[in-house]
Design a protein around this ligand. Structure first.
Ligand SMILES: NC(=O)c1ccc[n+]([C@@H]2O[C@H](COP(=O)([O-])OP(=O)(O)OC[C@H]3O[C@@H](n4cnc5c(N)ncnc54)[C@H](OP(=O)(O)O)[C@@H]3O)[C@@H](O)[C@H]2O)c1
Length: 279
């Protein structure tokens, strides 16, 4: 493999540590976002899912691409299928960031994008990360500030994963052909309820953080009150159903298979991000 690696969402949660991991290995990277900002010493390139005229320049000189949908978008098929087509037209290997559990039902839009990739004839790797540990410093940060995380998770457990472990897994999938044609379910090392997670965060940042299980309706009300569009708030509520059912509690060895290292615990995530969690 001699071409450049295109990283979509390069200034985002996974994209930033992914570009860093690839640059550390000496890979030539094109860091794509709407702003086209350079990231971690990698050249920046403008890319907008909503503007296919940006695809050609972004794919120029590229033989591998990390494809993901940024947060805040619900129309996965509409935005991702044209990107898979653009990769196919140029015979670019795709490492696709999907979502944990979507293989349960072929009618789920993310699964349909996976199926399109599987049928594309391209070399590909599918990564299905579980809930990010890092959501505690993004989505749930306002709750932590108020001493209470309120989500409709019931007592369901999730094996939260640190974005650095998703990035390391992605870097391995992009720089080796050993994993081609396979899907990996990426999890952290242990399943935790939101109550257990709140206790860990509370101990690390040194202030009380409680967990309150709330209804979907109450959750949507809180999010829309904070300015989240109703369709995205409703989508976020819907993805807590698998959590309450216990489906996100599975722990796999897939991060270690890809990276050779065990994934980071929530304690490690919290310690390494204590400043951001306390800010
Ligand atoms: N959070 C979780 O727990 C979780 C769990 C499993 C799977 N996932 C999946 O992971 C994905 C999110 O990953 P992430 O948190 O790393 O993403 P993210 O941080 O939300 O992605 C933001 C990046 O995407 C770019 N971007 C935003 N809108 C764009 C557009 N229209 N065209 C091109 N680039 C655009 C942003 O830069 P600009 O703004 O400059 O364009 C930035 O680089 C979602 O698909 C989600 O379903 C999330």
């Amino acid at each position: 493999m001699v071409g450049k690696i295109l990283v979509l969402g390069a200034t985002g949660n996974v994209g930033t540590p992914l570009v860093k991991a690839l640059r550390t290995q000496g890979q030539a990277v094109k860091a794509a976002s709407r702003s086209g900002k350079p990231v971690e010493g990698a050249e920046g390139v403008v890319f907008d899912y909503a503007d296919p005229s940006t695809f050609g320049p972004a794919f120029e000189g590229v033989d591998r691409a990390y494809v993901m949908l940024p947060s805040g978008y619900v129309n996965a098929k509409e935005l991702l299928l044209p990107v898979i087509e653009a990769a196919k037209a140029r015979q670019v290997k795709v490492v696709f960031q999907s979502v944990f559990g979507v293989d349960a039902d072929d009618s789920i839009p993310y699964r349909q994008v996976e199926i399109a990739l599987e049928k594309s004839g391209l070399p590909y790797v599918i990564l299905r990360p579980n809930w990010f540990s890092d959501n505690f410093q993004t989505y749930w940060k306002a709750g932590i500030d108020h001493g209470q995380i309120a989500v409709p998770a019931g007592e369901g457990k999730s094996s939260f994963i640190d974005v650095r472990d998703i990035a390391a897994s992605a870097a391995a999938a992009l720089t080796s052909d050993r994993f081609d044609g396979k899907a990996f379910n990426l999890t952290g090392p242990k399943a935790l309820s939101y109550g257990e997670a709140a206790k860990i965060l509370s101990d690390v940042i040194g202030k009380p953080v409680a967990y309150t299980a709330i209804s979907d309706e109450a959750f949507i009300g809180i999010l829309t009150g904070a300015g989240v569009p109703n369709d995205y708030a409703t989508f976020l509520a819907s993805i807590f159903y698998p959590v309450r059912e216990g489906w996100t509690a599975a722990v796999t060895g897939d991060v270690e298979t890809l990276t050779g290292k065990a994934p980071r615990s929530l304690e490690t995530y919290a310690k390494d991000n204590a400043q951001a969690l306390k800010a």
